[in-house]
Design a protein around this ligand. Structure first.
Ligand code: CA
Length: 227
């Protein structure tokens, strides 16, 4: 069953970014931009993890955390602004399990979510997405960050690996340039979308094949890996 996550974050672009990324990782995601509504939802509905921004309209994240904690053991991760030391101390005092500092890489957030879920539920198997990804003669092993192509290990940079993994996880689905950019380079990136095209070229040169190319261009939209 999908794990249910509540995001309470008033910066809509960050909330949207987290929502998309977490959905992509098979979480069932709810979002609210207001602290008071966040508290109500956290108390009324059943979630597996709460992600609370600290500075919120209505009610701040630390106060939400304190009130939720009085009634429930749900894992809570606070999202704090950079260098807001007081936030972190107050946050952990209020019963939060962990905190993450903006701006953060999505992988860091995912690692923290998995970690709090593991601590509280002890069902690592269900949460860790360590399943091997297969596309024709391409095999990706996320646990070891290894990629095999036609039975030979493929040397990739971290960015190339992230890009290839994203495309293969979404095989037969078109990945838009903008989505690729957000997933691989992060929401606060200042990188131009054409950097995606450059990395696609790198990957294509490493995935030479006699048959249909692995990565297909969808003109004006993005890229798709086809089975
Ligand atoms: Ca905020």
């Amino acid at each position: 069953m999908k794990k249910r996550i509540l995001i309470v974050e008033d910066e809509k672009n960050i909330a949207r970014f987290m929502e998309l990324e977490l959905q992509h990782e098979y979480f069932d995601v709810s979002v609210t931009y207001d602290g008071r509504e966040g508290l109500n939802r956290a108390l009324e509905q059943d979630f597996d993890c709460l992600l609370l921004d600290v500075m919120l309209p209505g009610l701040n994240g630390i106060e939400i955390c304190r009130r939720v904690r009085a009634k429930s053991d749900v894992p809570i991760i606070l999202i704090t602004a950079r260098d807001a030391v007081m936030d972190r101390v107050a946050g952990l005092d209020s019963g939060a399990d962990d905190y993450i500092v903006k701006p953060f890489a999505i992988e860091e957030l995912l690692a923290r979510i998995r970690s709090v879920l593991r601590r509280t539920q002890g069902n690592e198997k269900e949460i860790e997405k360590d399943d091997v990804i297969h596309v024709r003669d391409l095999v990706i092993k996320p646990q070891s960050y290894e990629v095999f192509f036609e039975n030979k290990k493929l040397e990739l940079t971290k960015t190339e690996y992230d890009l290839l993994k994203l495309l293969c996880e979404n095989k037969n689905r078109v990945c838009e340039r903008e989505m690729i950019l957000q997933s691989v380079w992060g929401y606060n990136t200042e990188v131009e979308t054409n950097v995606v095209d450059v990395y696609i070229r790198h990957l294509r040169s490493k995935l030479k094949t006699e048959s249909t190319p692995y990565i297909e261009t969808v003109r004006g939209v993005g890229y798709v890996v086809r089975e």
